[in-house]
Design a protein around this ligand. Structure first.
Ligand code: ACM
Ligand code: ZN
Length: 764
């Protein structure tokens, strides 16, 4: 009896353990439905591929090509099902009620059955390849594919990634690799930004100068040296021949990716104007742009020859790109030259247009009419809403979600690309070692949590949201490895936002699956950013009271340890192990490394602290920073951490057209004798130093006495202003930095509200 009982317990434990250790499926984007059973189908050189339909071979060939890289061999393809040998069945089955792009996988006994419509079958392959990668034998020659069932289809049918090849040119091979990676994560639209002020990148046979002249610039601005301008004295250029474009279109199509070519108009056209000066209002001379930003010279909208030119260009573009959409740009088109151009003004009068915005609308409508007559549809950036939308246009909402909301309410299709959530040229961490980027802060979590359907839309209008896209502007992305760094793993997070049903998303589970997927990116030698999984530091008020702060260190990686130092030395395995928040009381640097076993993962974490009399004290702001540049808590103005010169670090308080007016409560009457405060001085980003800086003191918080006013400031991009003064005793300190207000003529961003960036306020 005793023995029987014991064996029952053991048997029960065995079943339980089996259930526990059953393989779970790790797939990104998360499928609609999955189940797993114990057991596997062996994939080995003996496995055959069964091709049921005549449309399946291109996908089978793609699969076999991938296998030859993964396992070192291809599988034999046959047309009927052999019962006794392991088989992978490719089956194009179109159920009339299945959503577009749906697919299924059923793996049982000795068969893996993949089915779906033409596109769906390709996505079945992508899911299968992810799983195969995770179940390779140790010799990497075979794979034990888990018994499972999957049924899947996408939430959105527009799942896009963009690439700007105007600012920097990327070779055919790099573009193909970009497309390959897109395919792994079930993206289906590649928005290829082919023309820019700084370079025209597509061969147009009728206008050879577009590439002879327009694809080359004399040099490129160095970093952010706008004012004074510094160039690199190195000619730069590149373009795609029509033959290369055809090759890429075919390559993308084999991966179920449609290319949306963008030919920019009426703005961002300087390279075209430099090639054919008759296209501009002043007729030139023009030169291909060498610095970033927005140029005043645009296509002349009054001259019919502009439209003849563009129609001829578009005729060739249509021949090259079979997809439905042509993107015609429409963003950032200054009206300065149109205002002064007799032909543009005549056009406004003759067509009874209200103003230059009306002329922009006329321009886009005229191009739309032409492309519609050729059976194509236009996409434009959200500025095409100004002056009235062209009747059939799809709007790409980039300046926020508002353009998309307005267009959807007008029953126009919309693709969401709001900068705040989808600009992969923004910084992805607050690490000071991030490579120079355009600005912003878009961590992986923000991409993941983004929902392309704006909260304010009702269900009826929400149907006009076709999907979303991440944009990759390449002003500061000059080489392919940096391109991978900026796009991955953020694109993987976006893929789940675009494909998976909303209720299937979970940030924690996503990270668990991402860790698995990163092994494939390692095998493929993709230079992805590790910062999302590396050490994240959070600085907060210390419970031990005012004048101190504490630093908490965390990583999302399991089985990892953090070792740190406070004396500036290299953190090694022998440095103290992090076990809880570090109290910071003096000016010092924290350096830390994340270890998995004895290997460092990702970059070293570094944080410099500067302790002063206002550290951790209470601050009240009279005016609030702009939503996009607001660390979220006024504590950050006095948290002992100075904002860095890339302003990617979530420390900066950005005031748009407004002053900084901060009052700090030092809690007791304190003798003080100096202010140190940092500003950003980056006219190219429309960020200017203050016009005046004042410090006032008070003992009752009511009557304030001025200590000084300063109106002259000098310094570089990170402008550190230190002002000593005769010692005074005070409890309250008020610091006012006056914003320039509207940016004056002749300076970058003229006429717009100036940005004032502040951090930190230090009192000594
Ligand atoms: C854009 O970022 N100018 C569309
Ligand atoms: Zn004109």
């Amino acid at each position: 009896m005793k023995i029987r009982k014991a064996s029952l317990v053991i048997a029960a434990a065995f079943v339980f353990c089996q259930a526990m250790s059953q393989p779970t499926l790790s797939i990104i984007p998360q499928p609609y439905y999955t189940d797993v059973q114990s057991g596997t189908v062996l994939i080995s050189p003996q496995t055959v591929i069964v091709s049921i339909n005549k449309e399946a071979p291109p996908t089978i060939e793609y699969f076999n090509q991938y296998l030859s890289n993964l396992l070192g061999y291809k599988l034999k393809v046959v047309t009927s099902t052999p019962r006794d040998i392991p088989a992978i069945i490719f089956d194009i089955k179109i159920k009339t009620d299945a959503p577009d792009e749906a697919y299924g996988i059923r793996a049982e006994k000795n068969t893996i059955h993949l089915y779906g419509d033409g596109k769906g079958l390709f996505y079945a392959v992508q899911t299968m390849l992810q799983l195969m990668e995770q179940h390779l034998a140790s010799d990497k020659k075979s794979c034990s594919f888990p018994f499972c069932g999957i049924y899947d289809y996408p939430r959105f049918h527009y799942r896009g990634l963009h690439l700007d090849v105007g600012r920097h040119f990327f070779s055919v091979d790099v573009v193909k690799k970009y497309i390959d990676l897109m395919a792994y994560y079930k993206f289906n639209m590649f928005h290829w930004h082919l023309t820019e002020d700084q370079g025209w990148r597509i061969e147009i046979r009728k206008y050879p100068k577009l590439t002879q002249v327009g694809s080359k610039r004399s040099e490129t601005i160095v970093a952010k040296n706008f004012d004074p301008y510094i160039g690199d004295h190195t000619p730069y250029g590149g373009y795609y021949t029509q033959e290369q474009i055809r090759e890429i279109v075919k390559y993308a199509s084999q991966r179920q990716i449609t290319i949306v070519p963008e030919i920019e108009m009426p703005g961002h056209a300087l390279a075209a104007l430099a090639s054919y000066p008759y296209l501009g209002c002043t007729k030139g001379p023009y030169a291909v742009g060498t610095k970033w930003g927005v140029y005043d010279d645009v296509f002349c909208a009054g001259n019919d020859s502009t439209f003849t030119f563009l129609q001829n260009v578009l005729d060739e573009v249509i021949q090259l790109f079979p997809g439905k959409y042509i993107h015609i740009g429409g963003d950032e088109c200054p009206k300065t030259k149109w205002k002064a151009c007799p032909k543009c003004q005549q056009r406004i009068q003759e067509n009874h247009l209200r103003d230059e915005k009306g002329l922009q609308s006329y321009f886009i409508r005229r191009i739309e009419r032409y492309l519609n007559s050729k059976g194509r549809s236009i996409i434009g950036w959200d500025e095409i809403l100004e002056g009235g939308l062209a009747p059939n246009a799809t709007v790409m909402s980039w300046r926020g979600e508002e353009g998309g909301i307005a267009a959807a309410k007008q029953k126009h299709n919309v693709i969401m690309t709001p900068g705040k959530y989808t600009y992969f040229n923004y910084y992805q961490s607050i690490d000071t070692s991030e490579p120079l980027a355009i600005g912003g802060h878009l961590p992986l979590s923000m991409v993941y949590n983004y929902d392309p359907v704006p909260a304010g839309l009702n269900a009826e209008d929400a149907k006009f949201i076709l999907g979303a896209q991440a944009n990759v502007w390449t002003e500061y992305i000059a080489d392919p490895s940096l391109l991978e760094y900026m796009v991955y793993p953020r694109a993987i997070a976006l893929s789940e936002t675009l494909w998976s049903q909303k209720d299937k998303k979970s940030p924690d589970k996503f990270l668990t699956r991402l860790k698995v997927e990163l092994k494939r990116l390692d095998r493929l030698k993709i230079n992805y950013s590790k910062n999302a999984l590396g050490i994240i530091g959070t600085i907060g008020r210390s419970p031990s009271g005012p004048g101190t702060v504490q630093l908490q260190l965390k990583s999302k990686l399991d089985n990892s340890t953090i070792h740190y130092t406070l004396d500036g030395s290299d953190p090694t395995m022998n440095s103290p192990t992090y076990t809880g928040p570090i109290k910071i009381t003096t000016t010092e640097i924290v350096r830390a490394n994340l270890y998995i076993n004895d290997t460092i993962f990702g970059r070293e974490y570094r944080q410099q602290f500067v302790m002063h009399k206002a550290t951790g004290k209470k601050v009240v702001l009279t005016t609030q920073p702009d939503r996009d540049y607001n660390p979220g808590s006024v504590f950050d103005l006095v948290n002992g951490v100075e904002g860095n010169d890339k302003f990617n670090d979530n420390n900066w308080f950005g005031f748009k057209g407004e002053d900084l007016d901060a009052t700090i409560d030092l809690e007791t009457t304190t003798s003080i004798k100096g202010l140190a405060i940092n500003f950003i001085n980056s006219p190219g980003d429309w960020i200017y130093p203050p016009t005046a800086l004042k410090l006032l003191v008070s003992n009752d918080g009511f009557v304030f006495k001025e200590v000084f006013t300063q109106t002259k400031f000098e310094g570089g991009r990170l402008m550190q202003v230190t002002i000593p003064f005769d010692p005074v005793s005070a409890r309250y300190v008020q610091v006012i930095a006056e914003n320039m207000g509207r940016i004056p003529r002749g300076k970058p961003g003229e006429g717009n509200p100036a940005w004032l960036f502040v951090d930190e306020i230090e009192i000594y």
